[in-house]
Design a protein around this ligand. Structure first.
Ligand code: TTP
Ligand code: MG
Length: 338
């Protein structure tokens, strides 16, 4: 028999809204939606949990959301910021395993079965804590023997929740799940099941595999397995990463090159820390430095054959700064892999 797997599903809580609340604490505790404006046929990308109390939801028109929640604050999304944060979250995941399968910017599966000394619950707890401490947002996590259950578990005590479905609890847990929780059960299948008197996974158990295949075709097998809590899909890691970097946006612009160089040791220290766990499986190719100026223009300088000393990064930084000679709002240092 195969050993029981330990799968974690992580999903950030009201992701875009959390990031905006982090960066502007005056938004906290007030209903907030991220998306396009009402007068421009905008829709809600997401909203915080205060807004959800009013019934505001993702994909709803902003105009309707405003009617549901008259005090709603609306902010435009800043995709670059969310993408950057998403990578930083992934870096935290990769401290524990290379088997990370991102599903979207704020969601991923991890297979931590092979971790030498931590169990999945300990890892999930550490990840949640590190994301909160280092990145300033909360994520919910679910721990289970497979992807199907880990994903349901992460949703169970959202927001800021951690839920485990241990192997011995699987049968009982799944039996009580509404069939709609099975992925692939949409409106049509849901109605068909309802007509059969099937509301919960337990109601599916009396049907044989052949019976379900007869009624649902290929999907029958999936139903047969999932209603028993069986899901063999592996966690499929994303394409290999091509680079790793750390970036910092400064509360006050750095006025000149010296001020930038002063920040370099701290940035490199952070880079080194993130790089360390990857060095076994990745080969360094070249260092690079990114500079974003006060006018939001940005530039990246990298160099073949350069080493990874502070001196080498300092030279790249000088070159990048020299391209505009303006105050700097963000600095990044990174390495590209082969
Ligand atoms: P979700 O994880 O589905 O939602 P969420 O993180 O905002 O809230 P929850 O606490 O329930 O997990 O999606 C992640 C981000 O993707 C979300 O912050 C915004 C974006 N998104 C859209 O732009 N449009 C959509 O319809 C949905 C569902 C999400
Ligand atoms: Mg989310």
């Amino acid at each position: 028999m195969k050993p029981t797997r330990q799968i974690i599903h992580c999903d950030a809580d009201c992701f875009y809204a959390s990031v905006e609340m982090r960066d502007d604490p005056s938004l906290r505790g007030r209903p907030l939606a991220i998306g396009g404006e009402a007068d421009r046929r905008g829709v809600v990308a997401t909203c915080n949990y205060e807004a959800r109390k009013f019934g505001v939801r993702s994909a709803m028109s902003m105009a309707y959301a405003r009617r549901l929640c008259p005090g709603l604050i609306v902010r435009r999304p800043d995709m670059e910021k969310y993408r950057q944060l998403s990578l930083q979250i992934r870096d935290i995941f990769e401290r524990y395993t290379q088997l990370v399968e991102p599903l979207s910017l704020d969601e991923a599966f991890l297979d931590v079965t092979e971790h030498p000394y931590l169990d999945a619950m300990a890892i999930a707890a550490q990840i949640r804590q590190q994301v909160a401490m280092e990145l300033g947002i909360t994520i919910s996590a679910g721990v289970a023997p497979n992807k199907f259950l880990a994903k349901i578990a992460s949703d169970w005590e959202k927001p800021d929740g951690l839920t485990q479905i241990a192997p011995e609890q699987v049968a009982e847990f799944v039996a009580r799940l509404p069939v709609q929780k099975i992925f692939g059960v949409g409106k049509v299948t849901g109605q068909k099941l309802q007509a059969m008197g099937v509301l919960y996974c337990a109601d599916l158990l009396p049907y044989s595999l052949e019976q379900l295949e007869y009624r649902f075709g290929r999907f029958g097998k999936q139903l047969y397995q999932l209603c028993r809590g069986i899901d063999e899909r592996p966690v499929q890691p994303s394409r290999r990463r091509k680079s790793l970097s750390v970036e910092q946006t400064y509360a006050q612009d750095l006025p000149d090159l010296d001020a930038c160089l002063d920040e370099l040791p701290l940035l490199l220290q952070k880079l080194e820390k993130r790089l360390e766990p990857l060095l076994g499986s990745y080969q360094l190719h070249k260092p690079f430095v990114k500079v974003k100026f006060s006018d939001f223009s940005s530039t990246t300088v990298e160099k073949n054959g350069a080493d990874y000393s502070q001196q080498s990064f300092a030279e790249l930084m000088a070159e990048a700064f020299g391209r505009a000679f303006k105050p700097v709002r963000l600095l990044g240092v990174g390495v590209r892999f082969r």
